[in-house]
Write a new protein. Sequence first.
Length: 126
Amino acid sequence: MNQTQKNYAMDRIRGIERDKIQALRNKFTHPGKILTGEEKIELLLEGSVSLKGSDELKTIARRYNNPNINDVFDFTEFECPEKFEGKSFDKEKAKIIKQSTKIKDQLMLGNAEKALKMITDFETKK
């Protein structure tokens, strides 16, 4: 295998690795819920949300001249932030990187045909 072919194979390995890590990131990311302005107004009209605590409101009043609706009313019951399972992601990502590194080592130091088979297996393995 000449240098151009090795470069191509390395680029291909990196691309597969990147795609697998992105798919993994998507798997371990759980979208949050953010209300639109219209949804917040609807909740206010229904009486489903309450004012934030008096201490918090006093702090907001001192800090802002024109507080935002989010500063005054408590929407936490209806909204939640995006969640990311970092530990699980890191564990699975390490496996992908380890496999990718093995293939790169085989490509650079070992048998080219075996490396190409490993690349194909890496690409198709979920």
